[in-house]
Design a protein around this ligand. Structure first.
Ligand SMILES: *[C@@H]1O[C@H](CO)[C@@H](O)[C@H](O)[C@H]1NC(C)=O
Length: 447
């Protein structure tokens, strides 16, 4: 267990260009289609429409500053391209890598919990929007001018196009403001609730545009959690009419230990030149990040974080949040998030979870004398590099007692949380699944 997080950081610091170079060389690869798809003999007209639901940070996001914006510095007062409309790209913008501008990014991305509303809102003077809802366009690259380093779903979409999927006809994308999450029922969650409403309408119109065929939902990461909630909050007759199958990629059903590191010390998404403490406040403020803290139901009593003073299991999350200096997160966590993570509701549609595995994933964090401002020693366990195996398998475990088990897990070893969208062996599995779902319903098996 010699390979600690510290050493990894050291390695990356020694060669700050290396991770970027690695990204540069991940080109989309042509994929040989498995025979099952060709055997089905379906033309694209027969395909079930496909709706893509991205993960956190998995789509472009725009912002606009109004006169209420209070920049923390002169730099932030002037940073950001203000075109005629005032809208500019906030995610992903490479200037976030310049420390002075990282600060501007963080203050603009910050969410605020308003106790009087019992809900989250943007920072004062910052408007955000997601453009091109309904199209897969905004999911392809996080920045269309930096295609090679910000490829997100481009390879996956390209692969689906080879099957006969066409954006806007039978292929759709549902980008969203991923900083927001959902709350347990009875608590308002304006942005997240609007999103699942919009997604629901997109599903209905996708079906209508394709002869009333029910849709296949294909999510990545956090998108799986939103989609599960959408299904749980819809009637069973709606689900029968509109949803053929739900395929999830890398869904963190019960959160991740990595998220505790993010809350305690900030996390730079593996970009070593960003100071994690510069983005920590913004990351703590994100409602969806709170949703991704390890769920007590799955992680149990195991100590996940150990400091010089004590250890914290997933059950100790309120104390953990207070001790890291994020006391304001305790109330929304306890009232809005914790009840949401207590249950993974059955949704009565078949689900396939495609997951990575066998990749070192943060499982225990050890903080020394320096406290939470210093990156911890990390002990790794099984997972996809971001999500722990127990979380990736949590839906299957939760539904194990179900009378009609409808969840299937496909594990692809050596594939990490995001490369599942690009890796050849993962794509082969995903294509196989999408083809099989389509083939079954064309009647080729029934005849
Ligand atoms: C440990 O406890 C001391 C005394 O209460 C406190 O000052 C310190 O911040 C704590 N350290 C950590 C890492 O929790």
């Amino acid at each position: 267990m010699a390979n600690t997080h510290q050493e990894k950081l050291q390695e990356m610091k020694a060669n700050p260009i290396l991770p970027l170079l690695l990204l540069l060389f991940v080109f989309p690869m042509a994929l040989q289609l498995p025979a099952v798809c060709l055997a089905a003999g379906g033309s694209s007209a027969q395909l079930h429409p496909l709706v893509l639901i991205p993960g956190s940070g998995g789509n472009q996001l725009e912002a606009r500053l109004t006169k209420d914006y209070k920049p923390s510095s002169l730099v932030c007062a002037f940073a950001g391209s203000k075109g005629k409309s005032g809208w500019f790209r906030i995610w992903f913008d490479p200037t976030v890598l310049v420390p002075a501008l990282t600060r501007c990014f963080a203050e603009r991305m910050m969410l605020y919990y308003h106790a009087d509303l019992d809900d989250y809102r943007n920072a004062p003077g910052v408007e955000t929007r997601v453009s091109n809802f309904g199209s897969a366009e905004a999911l392809l690259y996080l920045n269309p001018y930096l295609k090679h380093i910000t490829d997100y779903m481009a390879t996956l979409v390209n692969t689906m196009e080879q099957l006969g999927y066409v954006d806007g006809h039978n292929l759709f994308g549902a980008p969203y403001d991923f900083r927001y999450g959902l709350a347990t029922e009875g608590h308002p969650s304006k942005v997240g609730t609007q999103y699942i409403e919009d997604l629901k309408q997109l599903i209905e119109s996708a079906s209508a545009a394709n002869g009333g065929k029910p849709v296949i939902l294909l999510s990545h990461s956090l998108g799986g959690l939103f989609t599960l909630q959408l299904l749980a909050r819809s009637s069973s007759s709606w689900r029968q009419k509109y949803v053929k199958h739900f395929v999830t990629l890398s869904a963190p059903w019960a959160g991740t230990v990595q998220e505790m590191l993010t809350f305690a010390s900030g996390y730079t998404l593996g970009i070593p030149i960003v100071d994690p403490l510069l983005v920590r406040g913004e990351q703590r403020s994100s409602e969806s990040n709170l949703w991704l803290l390890p769920a007590p139901k799955v992680f149990g009593e195991k100590p996940l974080v150990t400091t010089v003073n004590r250890s914290y299991s997933a059950w100790d999350m309120p104390e953990f949040l207070a001790d890291i200096g994020f006391g304001e997160g305790v109330y929304p966590y306890k009232t809005r998030i914790l009840p949401l993570t207590e249950d993974l509701p059955e949704v009565g549609v078949p689900v396939t979870c495609v997951i990575g595995g066998g990749v070192e994933t943060a499982e225990k964090l050890f903080y020394g004398e320096g406290g939470f401002d210093v990156q911890p020693e990390v002990v790794y366990g099984d997972g996809d590099g971001t999500v722990n195996m127990a979380s990736l398998l949590a839906l299957e475990a939760a539904w194990a007692e179900s009378a009609s088990p409808v969840v299937r897990v496909i594990r692809v070893d050596g594939v990490d949380h995001t490369s599942i969208l690009k890796d050849k062996s993962a794509l082969t599995e995903i294509v196989g699944e999408i083809c099989q779902i389509n083939a079954i319903s064309t009647g080729s098996l029934a005849s």
